[in-house]
Design a protein around this ligand. Sequence first.
Ligand SMILES: NC(=O)c1ccc[n+]([C@@H]2O[C@H](COP(=O)([O-])OP(=O)(O)OC[C@H]3O[C@@H](n4cnc5c(N)ncnc54)[C@H](O)[C@@H]3O)[C@@H](O)[C@H]2O)c1
Length: 352
Amino acid sequence: MRILVLGDSYCPSERFRTAFARLDGASVEFDDLEDEPGWRPETPSERRISEVLGSPEQVIARLDGQEILVVQGAPVTDAVLDSAPIRLVAVARGGPVNIDLQAAAERGIPVVTTPGKNANAVAELTIACLVLLARRAVDAIRWIDGGGEFALDNYEGARWLGHDLAGHTLGLIGFGQVGRRVAARAAAFEMRILAHDPYMADDLVREGGAEPAGLDALLREADHVSIHARLGNDNRGLFDARRFGQMKAGATLVNTARAELVDEAALHDALVAGHLSGAAVDVATGRVAGAAHPLVGLPNVVVLPHIGGATVDTLETGGRLAAAEVRRFLEGQPLVNVANRAALASLGGPSR
Ligand SMILES: NC(=O)c1ccc[n+]([C@@H]2O[C@H](COP(=O)([O-])OP(=O)(O)OC[C@H]3O[C@@H](n4cnc5c(N)ncnc54)[C@H](O)[C@@H]3O)[C@@H](O)[C@H]2O)c1
């Protein structure tokens, strides 16, 4: 069976080479797409996908009869699926937003994903943000970078009096791969952990070391709120002025999930009013050309350029998890993480 491993500017196929080197009975080809920032979705299939790197035309040009397509950010549309005898798509990310799952299901093609590939990295960054916010460390760093005097005496830290994480309450919004790992790490910091996830059974939340909580109660009680929900139609703009108003005075917000979950103007206002004492966002909306981003430079606010999952380890883990699914497919074993399982079942299962 022929496999095409298609990398992109974020995750070059080179990162997958070791993982795909030992697949018996398969011939593996590696190629990479170039960025195509000017590409805009036009067809209905193209409009069903997002967060793509490259364009469908580039993918089509690189397919040459392969039956298994492995991607990270490459777009996989109906036209892509019709351009080769594809029997399996493996996407090395948790949310297969760059794949037209509906088109794949209609063609009987399973789409497998690699849930949790980023989870350790994002969880570690979340903990780092919590420590930075609780200790006002970013302001202290800015002070020194700005020429502020230091090493004056043993008591100068009084200026930056913060809080421990130990003994304080962390509220997690979303208890999936990342949320659960944040809980494990926060437990080691001796935090009390609440979690709100309307799609997760309370027992699973408790098994993960958190107390299940309604959103209102969580916002009332948490000293730090950290967002780990997947973006869906039910939670766009979930954190708006009303939700910030429900948070404890002096609480902080961490968002390493998706920018669209937060109304950034409302977050700005809650920070400037002093109701929130700090925030860290790894997923801000882009700045308007020529204008300053409203959150950048605010006291005790950390803005990061979407580095949550950006580690060498996550890319290689993605390759390993994708290769494991491909191996199962080649050996006729059941696939584990099939993103379009329900649609495939309702349409009669894999056909190719
Ligand atoms: N910053 C980064 O680089 C980076 C990297 C990886 C993932 N992410 C983002 O982090 C988030 C978590 O990723 P994950 O791998 O844990 O996803 P996941 O799918 O494993 O878990 C997401 C959880 O969110 C829950 N959820 C959905 N809607 C919700 C709502 N309205 N309120 C509360 N919970 C809700 C789901 O039930 C699920 O348990 C996602 O938004 C993902 O896009 C960011």
